[in-house]
Write a protein that binds this ligand. Structure first.
Ligand code: BTN
Length: 250
């Protein structure tokens, strides 16, 4: 049986930052750091992630692969696996289907309910650790003016007020079983399942790369998790680290 070490905090700047600072001290393959409040939650592309309230699930799973069980190439699917784990748990517990905006935003009715920040350290082609930071709006009943048109919570969408811990435990269970699939090279089923939640099938997108904006048609993801796009009659592939993306009309 796989065991998860669990660290529960009252308040911290960011569970991802805590994980990064302390990863070398963790002995276990899996450690979860959860905090009731984050004072400086971090998002992708150096953005701020608002999480200074107790209504959300703010946590990071640190994976320290044993004996190089996962290669850096296989680890490219970690953000894909993380979004899938969250989408499946939300559907199981809240009976609501959410959509995944590549690479790993979870939306309900085109509003963001969850963001994911994956970070890792690789030395000499060997992964020291991977951090999967997950922030979910769970029991917020409203959002401030600045974000109310782009953010939502599970409470707002389903009128269910459920404990944050229930969701976190369920997601961690999914993460571990999907990670096991990645370890054993069974990645096709992850891509297939991700596609069932995808908002990226034949969708018009605009993306920004190196300060220029482009419009393209997204065609889903390839076997390594890159976004396949059709642009000016050509097929291209986008890497999540290098772009900002918007779904047109959303
Ligand atoms: C994004 O939407 O750009 C990603 C947001 C990731 C937020 C989570 S909350 C837990 C963990 N700690 C952080 O500081 N960030 C991640």
């Amino acid at each position: 049986m796989q065991v998860i070490k669990y660290i529960s905090l009252e308040s911290i700047d960011s569970t991802n930052t805590y994980a990064k600072k302390n990863a070398k001290l963790f002995d276990d393959e899996f450690t979860v750091i959860q905090s009731k409040i984050q004072l400086s939650g971090r998002g992708r592309m150096d953005r701020v992630f608002i999480s200074d309230n107790e209504e959300g699930a703010w946590f990071s799973l640190v994976i320290k692969p044993k004996r190089n069980e996962v290669s850096p190439k296989q680890s490219l699917l970690i953000p894909i696996m993380a979004a899938l784990a969250v989408a499946v748990s939300i559907e199981d517990i809240y009976k609501i289907k959410c959509g995944i905006k590549w690479p790993n935003d979870i939306l309900i009715n085109y509003r963001k309910v969850c963001g994911i920040l994956c970070e890792s350290q690789t030395v000499n082609d060997s992964i020291n650790y991977m951090i999967i930071g997950i922030g979910i709006n769970v029991n917020q009943s409203s959002f401030n003016k600045q974000i109310k048109d782009i953010a939502t919570s599970l409470l707002i969408e389903t009128e269910k007020n459920l404990p944050v811990d229930l969701l976190i435990q369920n997601i961690c269970g999914n993460l571990l079983s999907l990670y096991d699939k990645i370890k054993h090279g069974k990645t096709a089923c992850i891509i297939d399942k991700w596609n069932q939640y995808s908002l990226m099938d034949n969708t018009v997108i605009t993306y920004t790369k190196e300060q220029s904006s482009y419009t393209a048609l997204s065609k889903g993801i390839d076997s390594t998790g890159r976004l396949v796009i059709e642009q000016d009659g050509e097929i291209n592939y986008l890497d999540s680290n290098e772009i900002r993306l918007k779904i047109q009309g959303a």
